[in-house]
Design a protein around this ligand. Structure first.
Ligand code: NHR
Ligand code: GAR
Length: 219
Protein backbone atom coordinates (compact mmCIF):
# COMPACT_ATOMS: atom_id res chain seq x y z
CA UNK A 1 0.00 0.00 0.00
CA UNK A 2 1.23 3.46 -0.82
CA UNK A 3 0.84 5.71 2.18
CA UNK A 4 0.43 9.47 1.95
CA UNK A 5 3.21 11.89 2.77
CA UNK A 6 3.54 12.72 6.47
CA UNK A 7 2.78 16.40 7.11
CA UNK A 8 4.93 18.02 9.77
CA UNK A 9 4.73 21.37 11.56
CA UNK A 10 7.82 22.43 13.52
CA UNK A 11 7.67 24.81 16.50
CA UNK A 12 10.77 26.77 17.42
CA UNK A 13 11.93 29.70 19.56
CA UNK A 14 15.54 30.13 18.58
CA UNK A 15 18.43 29.12 16.37
CA UNK A 16 16.60 26.18 14.83
CA UNK A 17 19.64 23.98 14.33
CA UNK A 18 17.45 20.95 15.00
CA UNK A 19 15.00 22.26 12.40
CA UNK A 20 17.94 22.51 9.98
CA UNK A 21 18.95 18.93 10.72
CA UNK A 22 15.40 17.82 9.88
CA UNK A 23 15.29 19.89 6.68
CA UNK A 24 18.65 18.47 5.58
CA UNK A 25 17.68 14.91 6.40
CA UNK A 26 14.36 15.12 4.53
CA UNK A 27 16.09 16.57 1.50
CA UNK A 28 18.61 13.77 1.18
CA UNK A 29 16.58 10.75 2.29
CA UNK A 30 13.83 9.44 0.08
CA UNK A 31 11.25 9.55 2.86
CA UNK A 32 7.64 10.50 2.64
CA UNK A 33 7.55 13.47 4.97
CA UNK A 34 7.31 17.19 4.43
CA UNK A 35 7.66 20.16 6.76
CA UNK A 36 4.61 22.25 5.90
CA UNK A 37 5.30 25.17 8.22
CA UNK A 38 7.59 26.48 10.92
CA UNK A 39 6.07 28.48 13.77
CA UNK A 40 8.07 30.63 16.18
CA UNK A 41 7.01 32.59 19.24
CA UNK A 42 10.10 34.80 18.78
CA UNK A 43 10.27 37.27 15.89
CA UNK A 44 14.06 37.14 15.67
CA UNK A 45 14.42 33.34 15.78
CA UNK A 46 17.07 32.38 13.23
CA UNK A 47 15.01 29.27 12.55
CA UNK A 48 12.49 31.46 10.68
CA UNK A 49 15.30 32.43 8.32
CA UNK A 50 16.23 28.78 7.89
CA UNK A 51 12.59 28.01 7.00
CA UNK A 52 12.51 30.80 4.43
CA UNK A 53 15.79 29.59 2.91
CA UNK A 54 14.25 26.15 2.51
CA UNK A 55 11.04 27.52 0.98
CA UNK A 56 8.93 26.59 4.00
CA UNK A 57 6.32 29.05 5.32
CA UNK A 58 7.54 30.64 8.54
CA UNK A 59 4.99 32.07 10.96
CA UNK A 60 5.60 34.26 13.98
CA UNK A 61 3.05 34.23 16.79
CA UNK A 62 3.88 36.62 19.62
CA UNK A 63 2.88 35.11 22.96
CA UNK A 64 3.03 38.61 24.48
CA UNK A 65 -0.04 39.59 22.46
CA UNK A 66 -2.22 37.13 24.33
CA UNK A 67 -3.61 37.63 27.83
CA UNK A 68 -2.85 34.08 28.96
CA UNK A 69 -1.33 30.76 27.92
CA UNK A 70 -4.67 29.29 26.94
CA UNK A 71 -5.47 31.96 24.35
CA UNK A 72 -1.92 31.82 22.94
CA UNK A 73 -2.21 28.05 22.68
CA UNK A 74 -5.59 28.33 20.94
CA UNK A 75 -4.10 30.72 18.39
CA UNK A 76 -1.27 28.26 17.82
CA UNK A 77 -3.72 25.39 17.35
CA UNK A 78 -5.59 27.39 14.67
CA UNK A 79 -2.38 28.14 12.78
CA UNK A 80 -1.04 24.61 13.09
CA UNK A 81 -4.28 22.88 12.13
CA UNK A 82 -4.46 24.88 8.91
CA UNK A 83 -1.66 22.52 7.78
CA UNK A 84 -3.38 19.35 8.94
CA UNK A 85 -0.22 17.91 10.47
CA UNK A 86 0.32 14.24 11.23
CA UNK A 87 3.21 15.25 13.48
CA UNK A 88 4.05 18.40 15.45
CA UNK A 89 7.72 18.69 16.33
CA UNK A 90 8.99 20.90 19.18
CA UNK A 91 12.54 21.89 18.25
CA UNK A 92 13.84 24.25 20.89
CA UNK A 93 10.38 25.62 21.54
CA UNK A 94 10.59 27.41 24.87
CA UNK A 95 6.97 27.98 25.96
CA UNK A 96 5.25 25.48 28.21
CA UNK A 97 2.10 24.25 26.49
CA UNK A 98 -1.31 23.91 28.15
CA UNK A 99 -3.02 20.58 28.69
CA UNK A 100 -5.58 21.49 26.03
CA UNK A 101 -2.81 21.90 23.47
CA UNK A 102 -1.08 18.69 24.49
CA UNK A 103 -4.33 16.69 24.45
CA UNK A 104 -5.29 18.10 21.04
CA UNK A 105 -2.08 16.67 19.53
CA UNK A 106 -1.90 13.54 21.65
CA UNK A 107 0.26 10.90 19.98
CA UNK A 108 1.52 13.31 17.34
CA UNK A 109 3.50 15.80 19.44
CA UNK A 110 7.18 15.18 20.14
CA UNK A 111 9.95 17.14 21.83
CA UNK A 112 13.70 16.94 22.07
CA UNK A 113 15.08 17.65 25.50
CA UNK A 114 18.78 18.17 26.24
CA UNK A 115 19.20 15.61 29.02
CA UNK A 116 18.92 11.90 29.67
CA UNK A 117 15.35 11.95 30.98
CA UNK A 118 14.10 11.48 33.65
CA UNK A 119 17.16 13.44 34.78
CA UNK A 120 17.05 17.24 34.60
CA UNK A 121 13.57 18.08 33.41
CA UNK A 122 13.08 21.78 32.70
CA UNK A 123 15.76 24.34 31.90
CA UNK A 124 19.53 24.71 32.37
CA UNK A 125 20.14 21.01 31.92
CA UNK A 126 23.85 21.13 31.06
CA UNK A 127 24.88 23.11 34.14
CA UNK A 128 22.71 20.90 36.30
CA UNK A 129 24.33 17.74 34.91
CA UNK A 130 27.74 19.22 35.73
CA UNK A 131 26.68 20.29 39.21
CA UNK A 132 25.34 16.79 39.88
CA UNK A 133 28.71 15.38 38.70
CA UNK A 134 27.05 13.07 36.20
CA UNK A 135 29.50 11.23 33.98
CA UNK A 136 26.93 10.64 31.27
CA UNK A 137 24.62 13.20 29.78
CA UNK A 138 22.77 13.51 26.49
CA UNK A 139 19.44 14.13 24.80
CA UNK A 140 16.02 12.49 24.77
CA UNK A 141 13.17 12.55 22.27
CA UNK A 142 9.79 12.02 23.90
CA UNK A 143 6.09 12.20 23.23
CA UNK A 144 4.75 15.27 24.99
CA UNK A 145 2.31 14.56 27.79
CA UNK A 146 0.71 16.75 30.43
CA UNK A 147 3.72 16.32 32.68
CA UNK A 148 6.50 18.71 31.62
CA UNK A 149 9.32 16.71 30.02
CA UNK A 150 7.61 13.66 31.50
CA UNK A 151 6.03 11.98 28.46
CA UNK A 152 7.11 8.54 27.22
CA UNK A 153 10.70 8.58 25.94
CA UNK A 154 11.21 7.24 22.40
CA UNK A 155 14.99 7.45 22.05
CA UNK A 156 18.08 8.71 23.80
CA UNK A 157 21.65 9.42 22.86
CA UNK A 158 24.53 9.75 25.31
CA UNK A 159 27.70 11.76 25.60
CA UNK A 160 30.49 11.39 28.13
CA UNK A 161 31.08 14.28 30.53
CA UNK A 162 34.79 15.04 30.77
CA UNK A 163 36.55 16.73 33.69
CA UNK A 164 37.20 19.86 31.64
CA UNK A 165 33.67 20.23 30.28
CA UNK A 166 31.65 23.34 31.02
CA UNK A 167 28.00 24.05 30.23
CA UNK A 168 28.86 25.42 26.77
CA UNK A 169 31.16 22.56 25.76
CA UNK A 170 28.54 20.08 26.93
CA UNK A 171 25.79 21.92 25.04
CA UNK A 172 27.84 21.68 21.84
CA UNK A 173 28.49 17.98 22.34
CA UNK A 174 24.85 17.24 23.08
CA UNK A 175 23.35 19.33 20.28
CA UNK A 176 25.53 17.55 17.74
CA UNK A 177 23.93 14.29 18.84
CA UNK A 178 20.47 15.89 18.81
CA UNK A 179 20.97 16.47 15.10
CA UNK A 180 21.34 12.71 14.66
CA UNK A 181 18.64 11.45 16.96
CA UNK A 182 15.81 13.81 16.01
CA UNK A 183 15.80 13.12 12.25
CA UNK A 184 16.01 9.40 13.03
CA UNK A 185 12.88 9.52 15.19
CA UNK A 186 11.01 11.57 12.57
CA UNK A 187 11.98 8.99 9.95
CA UNK A 188 10.53 6.22 12.12
CA UNK A 189 7.35 8.23 12.34
CA UNK A 190 7.21 8.74 8.59
CA UNK A 191 7.69 5.01 8.12
CA UNK A 192 4.73 4.41 10.45
CA UNK A 193 6.93 2.45 12.83
CA UNK A 194 6.07 4.54 15.92
CA UNK A 195 2.79 5.13 17.68
CA UNK A 196 1.43 6.07 21.07
CA UNK A 197 -1.56 4.28 22.55
CA UNK A 198 -2.75 5.02 26.10
CA UNK A 199 0.57 6.72 26.85
CA UNK A 200 2.52 3.63 25.82
CA UNK A 201 4.83 3.58 22.79
CA UNK A 202 4.63 0.92 20.11
CA UNK A 203 7.64 0.44 17.84
CA UNK A 204 7.16 -1.95 14.93
CA UNK A 205 3.87 -3.04 16.54
CA UNK A 206 5.74 -4.11 19.70
CA UNK A 207 5.29 -2.44 23.05
CA UNK A 208 8.42 -0.38 23.71
CA UNK A 209 9.77 -1.38 27.13
CA UNK A 210 12.56 1.17 27.21
CA UNK A 211 13.85 3.95 24.98
CA UNK A 212 15.98 3.09 21.97
CA UNK A 213 19.54 4.12 22.82
CA UNK A 214 21.32 5.40 19.74
CA UNK A 215 25.07 5.39 19.39
CA UNK A 216 26.64 8.83 19.41
CA UNK A 217 28.54 9.92 16.36
CA UNK A 218 32.13 10.24 17.49
CA UNK A 219 34.21 13.01 16.05
N1 NHR B 1 4.73 21.58 27.12
C1 NHR B 1 4.23 20.53 27.76
N2 NHR B 1 2.96 20.58 28.15
N3 NHR B 1 4.95 19.41 28.05
C2 NHR B 1 6.23 19.36 27.69
O1 NHR B 1 6.93 18.27 27.98
C3 NHR B 1 6.83 20.45 27.02
C4 NHR B 1 6.02 21.56 26.74
C5 NHR B 1 6.55 22.70 26.11
C6 NHR B 1 7.88 22.72 25.78
C7 NHR B 1 10.14 21.73 25.83
C8 NHR B 1 10.81 21.79 27.19
C9 NHR B 1 12.21 21.23 27.19
O2 NHR B 1 12.53 20.34 26.37
C10 NHR B 1 8.69 21.63 26.07
C11 NHR B 1 8.17 20.48 26.66
C12 NHR B 1 10.27 25.41 28.08
C13 NHR B 1 10.24 25.39 29.47
C14 NHR B 1 9.98 26.62 30.27
O3 NHR B 1 10.10 26.61 31.48
C15 NHR B 1 10.39 24.15 30.09
C16 NHR B 1 10.58 23.00 29.33
C17 NHR B 1 10.61 23.05 27.94
C18 NHR B 1 10.47 24.26 27.33
N4 NHR B 1 9.61 27.75 29.60
C19 NHR B 1 9.28 29.03 30.23
C20 NHR B 1 7.76 29.20 30.29
O4 NHR B 1 7.31 29.91 31.21
C21 NHR B 1 9.81 30.19 29.40
C22 NHR B 1 11.30 30.17 29.26
C23 NHR B 1 11.78 31.12 28.18
O5 NHR B 1 10.97 31.74 27.46
O6 NHR B 1 13.03 31.21 28.03
O7 NHR B 1 7.04 28.71 29.42
O8 NHR B 1 13.03 21.60 28.05
C1 GAR C 1 18.24 22.22 21.83
O1 GAR C 1 19.37 21.86 22.57
C2 GAR C 1 17.01 21.61 22.44
O2 GAR C 1 17.22 20.33 22.95
C3 GAR C 1 16.76 22.59 23.53
O3 GAR C 1 17.04 23.86 22.99
C4 GAR C 1 17.99 23.72 21.95
C5 GAR C 1 17.43 24.32 20.70
O4 GAR C 1 18.42 24.44 19.73
N1 GAR C 1 15.42 22.53 23.99
C6 GAR C 1 15.09 22.98 25.16
O5 GAR C 1 15.89 23.33 25.99
C7 GAR C 1 13.63 23.02 25.39
N2 GAR C 1 13.41 23.63 26.64
P1 GAR C 1 18.05 24.75 18.22
O6 GAR C 1 17.09 25.93 18.22
O7 GAR C 1 19.35 25.11 17.59
O8 GAR C 1 17.42 23.52 17.64
Amino acid sequence: MCKATLSIVVLISGSGSNLQALIDDLSKQPIKAEIKAVISNKADAFGLQRAENAGIPGIFIDHNEFPDRTSFDQAMISKIDAYNPDLVVLAGFMRILSNDFVNHYSGRLINIHPSLLPHFKGLNTHQRALDAKHKRHGASVHFVSNELDGGPVIAQIEVTVKANDNAESLRLKVIKQEHIIYPQVVRWFAEHRLSLQDQVIYFDQQLMQQPVVLKPETA
